[in-house]
Design a protein around this ligand. Structure first.
Ligand SMILES: Cc1cc2nc3c(=O)[nH]c(=O)nc-3n(C[C@H](O)[C@H](O)[C@H](O)COP(=O)(O)O)c2cc1C
Length: 230
C-alpha cells in the first residue's frame, strides 16, 4: 500500500500484541526513521523506547521526538513523524500519536511520541469510517489534495486548520480560536505539521513537485506554506 493510499485507511491503534518486535523488524523501522526527511533548517532527534520506559504509553514501542523550543520545531515533528505513521501503517503495523504519554526519564527537549507495534486491528475500509469536519469548513477548494488533507489525525480530533489553495501554493493556517484553552500546551503545532505531510503526499500523488515548505507566524497564527510545481 502506498503512503497516499494509507491516508484513506489509517487509524489510531490503541490495542496491540504485547510482544516486542524482533530485532530485524525494529532495525528496518529504525533505518526508515533515520533517513526520514525533515523540514528545511530543522533537526529533531528520534529515539526508540520500549513501552516499559513510558508513563501512559499505549503501545509496546515508541519513537520519542526531541527538538528545540521554537514553533517550527514542533511543526517539523508533526510533519516528520506523520510520514512515519503512514509508513508504519502501510507496512502492516499499528501506530498512535501519544500526547498524554511521556518517557519516565526524559531530557528537557522531549516533545512527543509516536507509539507503534504489531496489531490485529484492521485498517479502515474507506473514507466513510473517518470522523472529520466537512471539507468546506476546512478548505477554500474541494480537490483531491484537500480530501486527503482532511483525513489527517489531530490531538483530540480538533482538526485545528484551514487550507487555502492559490497560485501554486497551499497555505495551512492554524485555526485554534475557541479551542486553545482546551488543548494542553502546543499540541496543535504538531497537528499543523501532520496535515502538511498529508498535503505533500497528496500533491506528489497528483504528479506535482514540492518546491518548498515554509513555516510562518507564531503560536496561534502559525501556518505552513507548501509551494509546488507541475
Ligand atoms: C498530536 C497528537 C496527540 C495525540 N495524543 C493522543 C493521546 O495521548 N492518547 C490517545 O489515545 N490518542 C491521541 N491522539 C490520537 C487522536 O485522538 C486521533 O488521531 C484522532 O482522534 C483522530 O482519530 P484517528 O487517528 O483514528 O483518525 C493524538 C493525536 C495527535 C495528532
Amino acid at each position: 500500500m502506498t503512503l497516499y493510499e494509507t491516508i484513506f485507511a489509517r487509524r489510531s491503534v490503541r490495542r496491540y500484541d504485547k510482544a516486542a518486535l524482533d530485532a530485524a523488524a525494529l532495525g528496518a523501522i529504525e533505518s526508515y526513521v533515520g533517513g526520514v526527511k525533515q523540514l528545511a533548517g530543522q533537526s529533531a532527534r528520534f529515539v526508540f523506547a520500549g513501552g516499559e520506559e513510558l508513563k501512559g504509553g499505549l503501545a509496546p514501542h515508541a519513537i520519542l521526538a526531541y527538538a528545540g523550543d521554537g514553533d517550527a520545531a514542533f511543526v517539523n515533528i508533526g510533519y516528520t513523524l506523520q510520514g512515519v505513521d503512514l509508513w508504519l501503517q502501510s507496512s502492516g503495523y499499528g501506530s498512535v500519536w501519544c500526547g498524554m504519554a511521556s518517557p519516565k526519564e526524559a531530557e528537557n527537549d522531549y516533545r512527543i511520541l509516536l507509539g507503534f507495534g504489531k496489531t490485529d486491528v484492521p485498517l479502515r475500509a474507506d473514507e466513510s469510517e473517518f470522523k472529520r469536519k466537512k471539507l468546506p469548513d476546512i478548505s477554500n477548494e474541494d480537490n483531491a489534495v484537500a480530501r486527503a488533507a482532511r483525513l489527517a489525525p489531530s490531538a483530540v480530533n480538533f482538526q485545528p486548520w484551514k487550507l487555502t489553495f492559490a497560485d501554486g501554493r497551499v497555505t495551512i493556517a492554524a485555526n485554534v480560536r475557541g479551542i486553545g484553552r482546551a488543548l494542553p500546551g502546543r499540541l496543535y503545532l504538531f497537528d499543523i505539521g501532520i496535515i502538511t505531510k498529508h498535503v505533500e503526499v497528496a500533491l506528489e500523488h497528483e504528479g506535482k513537485t514540492i518546491a518548498a515548505i515554509e513555516v510562518a507566524g507564531n503560536r496561534k497564527d502559525v501556518s505552513t506554506v507548501v509551494a509546488y510545481e507541475g
